[in-house]
Design a protein around this ligand. Structure first.
Ligand code: MTE
Ligand code: HPA
Ligand code: MOS
Length: 801
């Protein structure tokens, strides 16, 4: 018998097939009921309609028989002069009904949510692929697309800026977008010799497509020969649609109405980048006096409506040999694309969150908004916060490697706490970070998990496990002060049922359910007696977009205000009689000519930040959380899966813990997509095979979002108990965005596993890992005898940033 070469037992890990266990979920919360409904884990009020497919979205609205479908004529060049537009072929296309360009816009062709730096239809120049040049209408959606594709545009191509670095090199920044925040004296600290170590580095933060299930859609129609314009839009900001359409058509806002019943997800992608869709559809609708529907196909939606900003962070950080932070000098840049949109606010929120939860005595953060030749990037769950925090956790991780400690040790010794004064002068109050961190550490048995992973890694050469625990703090309020206002309209009917309308949009987050619970408890009636039908600019005017996670705080309080007014009017009647039901009381009030309808209003008190003095309180309060994750990677394929994720969040006394847990699970999985799966590939210097400025990953075939198979095998969520929030309605806290960043625990657990893989071949030095940690990046980072022939230990696979 031939003697075989012995294969180490640990090498069998290369061949062991992956087996997926069934998923175990765990949800732990206390119920703090207040009245009939607040605090109760009610199911989402439209969930039944949604699972049966009966719930209606913008595109489901029936069209009148003469209604038209629209398609956009889009730029194919990232930067060019428009030489000519030939629409002759389009005009003879089947079902064609009209083409409209800049010259046809009846009102103002300039649009934009803050600065009017965009054109509804491009006039002379295009500054990104996918910029709107015109709109074509036809009898069907397919015919409209066909005709739009036949419009021939002649361009004179101009040089394009296709990455943050190119923008920095060319000093291509949006005007007045330079921001700085400071505390202490960074330069003095670096020079003083107090720092045992000073390190520097660069973090490249990848983007993310919103991938709401319902693409952008608007249906616009006119009344009385165009003297009124109405629309149904899939948007987080009906008021912006009303305003854009009024301006583009040259009509007063009082003659334009936008309604939104619900949207199939927004995630920030419909805060501003939905409005130009409505405005584009309104032009043919108004000029032809016909209904026009514009619903984007998925690929077009992905190509033209913008994504989460990519960021570039350059840091220098000084610390003691114990790992105590002394000074941080940070420059951050975001890739705004070809218009300002919300990018300055996104940058500001990133700057506010660049400390994550760490005490840094000396800090200087400088930020810039880069103009690039891409579609305008925009709000996305976390609004720059996650990008700022991911940069922070990157240097924390690097400090840990430098000092040969676990990152959790570095994190803990630098935690902020009660009374901490942040780099923008806000002071922490009611800080629960320490409590929830300790609880999670105990329940996840971090030290044991680390030891188990170590043992596993000793026995498996080609599979590695890693663990990580990451904290977060998310500031609640729009950082633009005036936006923190909310209106509501409450009607009590004579049968005792209540119709609530408020300025917020239901996008799946359960806002209407929570707000209805507030009204039910206010009137002491069952939740089934309260209904919220839709959001409409003619019922509640001048509303902010539904965003910044604060909607249940804002609209809950506005609705409560309206309910209290009605209750006060009812009280004299209620006191006179012992009514057997709310319906009887309402009927009696009606007979006594009491107004059973009220407008409610709320503004967040005591907030405001002044960028000239860099002082103030941008936030009403903070939502704190932490997550533990354990992952396993296949070092030969780069595949990974999350074995465990444990999340804890402080949500005060939750208005609806069932919905809040759903928000946490959803945000975490969406965050998992951002940190480990979803990669946008653009035609840039790194991807020469894609036409310049074009998005290659324009659909689910090339862009991988998380699915059921990516849910952690053990997935548990708990809400911190016994900490009411004095700053918001019914002692609750905002939930929508804060848990998103916690998925970075998976990212750092992946990095921890890669560290174990590299240690086997004697590599202990720090190495870069950018998000998303896709199989390609994980594989290449696991230096071994195969990959080290081609790459250095600090190899960075290309990434569109
Ligand atoms: N949840 C669902 N199901 N769908 C969404 O589009 N958007 C998120 C979050 N949760 C979103 C969601 C974002 S980006 C924000 S800012 C908040 O919900 C907005 O709603 P809220 O203010 O009611 O929390
Ligand atoms: N968050 C979300 N959307 C916003 C904000 C914010 O802080 N500011 C302006 N729009
Ligand atoms: Mo959320 S990004 O504030 O819509």
């Amino acid at each position: 018998m031939k003697k075989s070469t012995a294969i180490p037992l640990s090498y069998l890990s290369a061949t062991q097939p992956f087996q997926r266990p069934s998923i175990m979920g765990n949800q732990d919360y206390e119920i703090r009921k207040h009245g009939t409904s607040v605090g109760s884990p009610e199911i989402h009020l439209s969930s039944r309609l949604q699972v049966t497919g009966e719930a209606e979205y913008a595109d489901d609205t029936p069209m009148p028989s003469n209604g038209l479908h629209a398609a956009l004529v889009l730029s194919r060049k990232p930067h060019a002069k428009i030489l000519s537009i030939d629409d002759s072929e389009a005009k003879s296309s089947p079902g064609f009904a009209g083409i409209f360009l800049a010259k046809d816009v009846p009102g103002d062709n300039h649009i934009g949510p803050i600065t009017h730096d965009e054109e509804l239809f491009a006039t002379q120049y295009v500054t990104c692929v996918g910029q709107v040049i015109g709109v074509v209408v036809a009898d069907t959606h397919e015919n409209a697309k066909l005709a739009a594709a036949k419009v021939v545009i002649d361009y004179e191509e101009l040089p394009a800026i296709l990455s943050i670095q190119e923008a920095v090199d060319a000093k291509s920044f949006h005007p007045n977008s330079e921001k700085c925040l400071k505390k202490g004296d960074v330069d003095l600290c670096f020079q003083s010799g107090q720092c045992d170590k000073i390190i520097d580095g660069e973090v490249h933060v990848g983007g993310q497509e919103h991938f709401y299930l319902e693409p952008q859609s608007s249906l616009v129609w006119t009344m009385d020969s165009g003297s009124e314009v109405h629309m149904i839009s899939s948007t987080q900001a009906p008021q912006k649609h009303q305003k854009y359409v009024a301006e583009v058509l040259g009509l007063p806002m009082s003659k334009v109405v936008c309604k939104t019943k619900r949207i199939g997800g927004g995630f920030g992608g419909k805060e501003t980048r939905s409005a130009f869709i409505a405005a584009a559809a309104s032009v043919p609708s108004y000029l032809l006096n016909r209904s026009v529907k514009l619903t984007l196909d998925r690929d077009v939606d992905m190509m033209i409506t913008g994504q989460r900003h990519t960021f570039l962070g350059k840091y220098k950080v000084g610390f003691t040999k114990e790992g105590r932070l002394l000074a941080l000098d940070l420059e951050i840049y975001n890739n705004a694309g070809n218009s300002l949109d919300l990018s300055l606010s996104v940058l500001e929120r990133a700057m506010f969150h660049s400390d994550n939860v760490y005490e840094i005595p000396n800090i200087r953060i400088r930020g810039r908004v880069c103009f690039t030749n891409f579609p305008s990037h925009t709000a996305f769950r976390g609004f720059g916060g996650p990008q700022g925090m991911l940069i922070a956790e990157n240097w924390i991780q690097k400090i840990a490697v430098e000092l040969n400690k676990n990152p959790e040790e570095i994190r803990e010794i630098n935690f902020q706490g009660e009374g901490s004064i942040l780099h923008y002068s806000q002071q922490l109050q009611y800080c629960t970070l320490g409590q929830l961190w300790n609880e999670l550490k105990l329940s996840s048995d971090l030290l044991r998990a680390r030891e188990d992973a170590k043992q596993f890694n000793l026995q498996n050469r080609w599979k590695k496990r890693g663990v990580a625990m990451v904290p977060t703090k998310f500031g609640i309020s729009f950082t633009t002060k005036f936006m923190n206002q909310a209106g509501a309209l409450v009607h009590v009917y004579t049968d005792g049922t209540v119709l609530v309308t408020h300025g917020g949009v239901e996008m799946g987050q359960g806002l209407h359910t929570k707000v209805a619970q507030v009204a039910a408890s206010a009137f002491n009636i069952p939740l089934s007696s309260v209904f919220i039908s839709e959001t409409s600019t003619d019922k509640v005017p001048n509303t902010s977009p539904t965003a910044a996670s604060a909607s249940s705080d804002l609209y809950g309080a506005a609705v409560l205000d309206a309910c209290e007014q009605i209750k006060a009017r009812m009280e004299p009647v209620a006191l006179k009689h012992n009514f057997s039901s709310f319906a009887e009381l309402a009927g009696a009030c009606y007979m006594q000519r009491i107004d059973l309808s009220a407008h409610g209003f709320y503004i967040t008190p005591d907030i405001g930040f002044d960028w000239t003095t860099c002082k103030g309180n941008p936030f009403n309060y903070y939502t704190y959380g932490a997550a533990f994750a354990e992952v396993e990677i296949d070092t030969l394929t780069g595949d990974f899966h999350t074995r465990t994720a444990n999340i804890i969040l402080d949500l005060g006394y939750s208005i609806n813990p069932a919905i809040d847990v759903g928000q946490i699970e959803g945000a975490f999985i969406q965050g998992l997509g951002w940190v480990a799966m979803e990669e946008l590939k653009w035609g840039d210097a790194a991807h020469k095979w894609i036409p310049p400025g074009c998005l290659y990953t324009s659909g689910p075939g090339s862009y991988k979002i998380p699915s059921m198979n990516d849910v952690p095998f053990k997935f548990s969520v708990s809400l911190l108990k016994g900490h009411p929030n004095v700053k918001a309605i019914h002692s609750s806290k905002a939930v929508g965005e804060p848990p998103f960043f916690l998925a970075s625990a998976v990212f750092f657990a992946i990095k921890d596993a890669i560290i174990a893989a590299r240690a086997e071949v004697g590599h202990h030095e720090w190495f870069p890992l950018s998000n998303p940690a896709t199989p390609e990046r994980i594989r290449m980072a696991c230096l071994d005898e195969f990959s080290s022939r081609f790459i250095d230990s600090d190899f960075r696979p290309k990434l569109s940033v």
